[in-house]
Write a protein that binds this ligand. Structure first.
Ligand code: ZN
Ligand code: ZN
Length: 136
């Protein structure tokens, strides 16, 4: 959801005209946004909006352009961005817990890890061999 939501400024979304991107003339203007007007989007934007060069649009309450999400993070998707970061961290923690359990148990008691059916067959087979040797 953090990826699919368009974080663009309200006026940029309202304009929604698909056409050639206007070229910014540095000799005319020092900044892309001056007095809450974006010369690239050609709309009035909010005071905290910033024009993202990667997305090529103004983003409301711009925080940063996220490379991992390939989307900008602004006021519209900031909470969703935080949720995705937290869920990724929780996922990493879960993998670390499971991996360290398997790693430690491998040295303490590896039979606990061998719960699959074929391990049971191997156990029976080994027992049969051990009994056979006793009988000899
Ligand atoms: Zn803009
Ligand atoms: Zn961006």
């Amino acid at each position: 959801m953090a990826v699919s939501i368009d974080p663009a400024d309200y006026n940029v979304r309202a304009k929604s005209v698909r056409g050639p991107v206007p070229v910014f003339d540095r000799s005319k203007h020092a900044h892309v946004i001056e007095n809450c007007h974006c010369y690239l989007c050609q709309v009035e934007v909010g005071p905290k909006s910033k024009h993202c060069s990667a997305c090529n649009k103004c983003v409301a309450n711009f925080d940063h352009h996220c490379r991992w999400l390939n989307n900008c993070v602004g006021s519209r998707n900031y909470k969703l961005f935080l949720h995705s970061v937290i869920s990724a961290l929780l996922g990493v923690c879960l993998i670390l817990v499971v991996a360290s359990y398997v790693f430690i148990e491998f040295f303490l008691d590896p039979t606990k890890l061998r719960t699959d059916k074929h391990f049971l067959e191997i156990k029976k087979w080994k027992l049969r061999i051990a009994r056979g040797k006793k009988g000899d």
